[in-house]
Design a protein around this ligand. Sequence first.
Ligand code: FES
Length: 150
Amino acid sequence: MPSERRLFIKRALYSILGVLGLGFLIPAIRILAPPPRRERALVFFPLISEDNLPRSGVRKAELSYTVSGREIRRRVFVVVSHSGLYVLSAVCSHLGCLVNYRREKKEFVCPCHGGRYDISGRNIAGPPPAPLTMFPSKLEAGILYVGVRV
Ligand code: FES
């Protein structure tokens, strides 16, 4: 009889520990595991009219749009070159300063640490580890639209 009681107590104790363990383990896994990555929608916003595109070269522009009631502004460069028409972000890939365009050298130059990019946005000198971001873009009904993931 005492051994049956001991066995019962032992099983009850293990059950309680098991439930408590799961109670801590499941929230711990939720905290430690990365949240599922939500695929953000690509939305196109108007940037400038076709009439304001540079014939050849670079034009600075500001993309502004609203997401969830919050207004967002991004400096971009519209480039028309032998490779076509494209839109580059002005945000340096090093630490996020805004780059400027140097027409005489046909380069984008970062004022913070001297990073340089060629006209296609490729990083060519200094600390930037990656090219400037190229936004998806399209011309529609005389307007240049820029795609942003929101
Ligand atoms: Fe542009 Fe460092 S932030 S080079």
